[in-house]
Write a protein that binds this ligand. Structure first.
Ligand SMILES: Cc1cc2nc3c(=O)[nH]c(=O)nc-3n(C[C@H](O)[C@H](O)[C@H](O)COP(=O)(O)O)c2cc1C
Ligand SMILES: [Mn+2]
Length: 488
């Protein structure tokens, strides 16, 4: 069921009425954003701009900007279905007896079948250009008015850990500086930044090779965004998600491999210590991230398919496409979180919290202080460490319903008692932090308080009508001739 490449998925979207082709000429400078912004917020389809101004190549936006398209991408009817598949794999890890071990074998063999495979030839190298090429040939967006320039927004940036040789794939925006030079927006705590720093510890050869793949089958496109642990290959995980191993080809000028089915590949290197002003950029917080000093990528080669389709996205005031992607990732990784922290019942990151600002966690509290333990767990868990506000509620709060969370949490707190501040790493994009990358975070324990936690009152029950009264009222409802809904 896996898609062969980006076009194969576009064809599926077209068949499902989830793709709109735009034949009019549209400028990648601002116009594509304004059009797509209206479409995303209206719940509309993916957009294929066939004639971006100034480029011979078409561009796609809003590829995964709805739950339905995310499901189509993942080949599932719902995110719960994907989550339970993830769960069934992690669940086999601790076999109890011989029988369990035997039962586990097929699962593990299946997992093995998702390891990326190296192939000889790839569509992404149909055209190879080591000379006379230019980034200006691509329809790269300038997203928002105050942006410092054009930005490649959905790259899979591939590097190898200089110490271990292990691959990392990350989606980091790249500002176009000139025809063959870009910025590399590695935020401080990300894996790409770690590779960059570790190349700086070398005495000689302080260069880090970089390959950038743009546009692929949709699960592979997600690989750069997935917050997998540093030592796990994102391509293994995206192969697992699509049900088919990612096929890789060797690059032409660097010792790295890229997805064979990519539309466009940029190869090059970053020299440790060379920094350049990057930004501003209209970011997913809904505000501009201002100029900063970031590494510079020098291209050595560009390869692409014949007539490549340029895949891009942009961020801004929520809702945007990244919300749907982030939400899917949240659902897919929830079983992993639950395995580590079994008291977690559900989590939510409402769009307005722009991922790093707010996480609401429902827990089944079984011992005193557990809400605080969970906050600390979140602040030590991969990228979730950057979460500015963690709200912990009881298991009977529907965290997906922000109004219910506001109501019940505010009723449940004695602010001075229930709020906890900590200092630590914060998101690079947090413009309110006292220092770049460092600041405070807040946890709110909005669970019912126990005697063992020093609460001496009686915690009241939530008001609910009893079932027998409801049934009697249901029965008499039509005679009352009030109309409206019978039962709320
Ligand atoms: C559209 C989009 C753009 C992103 N841009 C950046 C970026 O410029 N810099 C960055 O550090 N992370 C960016 N991210 C987030 C990273 O892709 C994400 O944190 C990823 O898991 C990082 O991978 P890593 O843990 O291997 O570093 C972006 C995410 C999306 C969806
Ligand atoms: Mn990674």
């Amino acid at each position: 069921m896996a898609y062969r490449n980006l076009r194969d998925f576009l064809a599926k979207l077209q068949k499902e009425g989830e793709l709109k082709r735009i034949t009019a000429e549209v400028d990648p400078v601002l116009e594509v954003t304004e059009i797509t912004d209206r479409v995303v917020k209206g719940g509309g389809p993916a957009l294929l701009f066939e004639r971006p101004k100034g480029s011979g190549f078409p561009l796609v936006t809003n590829l995964l900007g709805s739950e339905r398209r995310i499901n189509l991408a993942l080949g599932a009817d719902s995110l719960e279905e994907v989550a339970s598949r993830v769960h069934s794999f992690i669940d086999v890890q601790s076999p109890r007896g011989l029988l369990d071990k035997v039962k586990m074998l097929p699962k593990l063999a299946e997992l093995g079948s998702f390891f990326p495979k190296t192939v000889r030839h790839g569509e992404c190298q149909e055209i190879v250009k080591t000379e006379g090429y230019s980034l200006n040939s691509l329809p790269i967006l300038k997203c928002w008015p105050q942006d410092g320039g054009r930005f490649i927004t959905w790259p899979m940036v591939i590097t190898k850990n200089p110490m271990t040789g292990k691959r990392n794939v990350g989606c980091y925006r790249m500002q176009v500086f000139d025809e063959r030079t870009t910025g590399m927006h590695w935020q401080t705590q990300k894996n790409g930044a770690e590779h960059y720093r570790s190349v700086g510890e070398r005495k000689a050869e302080r260069k880090l090779e970089v390959a950038v793949a743009i546009g692929s089958d949709p699960c592979t496109c997600l690989s750069g965004i997935l917050p997998v642990p540093p030592d796990m290959d994102e391509f293994l995980f995206s192969g697992f998600l699509s049900g088919k191993p990612v096929e890789l080809v060797q690059c032409k000028t660097v010792d790295l491999e890229v997805p064979a089915n990519a539309e466009i590949v940029l190869e090059g290197y970053v020299e440790h210590g060379e920094l350049r002003t990057e930004g501003p950029f209209g970011d997913h917080t809904g505000f501009y991230s201002l100029e900063g000093q970031y590494p510079v990528l020098h291209l050595t080669c560009m390869t692409h398919r014949e007539n490549p389709v340029y895949l891009t996205t942009f961020v801004g005031r929520p809702l945007q496409e990244d919300y749907f992607i982030g939400h899917a990732i949240e659902r897919i990784f929830l079983p992993v979180m639950k395995m580590q922290y079994p008291e977690i019942v559900d989590i939510a990151m409402p769009a307005e919290g722009v991922f790093q600002n707010l996480m609401i966690v429902a827990i089944k509290k079984t011992y005193p202080g557990q809400a605080r333990k969970v906050m600390n767990a979140i602040w030590s868990l991969g990228q979730a460490m950057l979460t500015k506000v963690v709200v912990v509620v009881d298991h009977d709060v529907d965290v997906q319903n922000s109004r219910e969370v506001l109501w019940k949490s505010l009723c449940a707190i004695d602010p001075e008692r229930d709020i906890q501040f900590v200092l630590g790493p914060v998101d690079t994009l947090d413009h309110a932090a006292r220092l770049q990358d460092f600041g405070s975070k807040m946890g709110i324990d909005a669970t019912r308080k126990w005697r063992e936690e020093g609460y001496s009152g009686r915690w009241p029950d939530e008001i609910k009508m009893d079932d027998s009264t409801k049934k009697r009222v249901d029965a008499m409802w039509s005679q009352l001739k009030i109309g409206q809904s019978k039962n709320k």
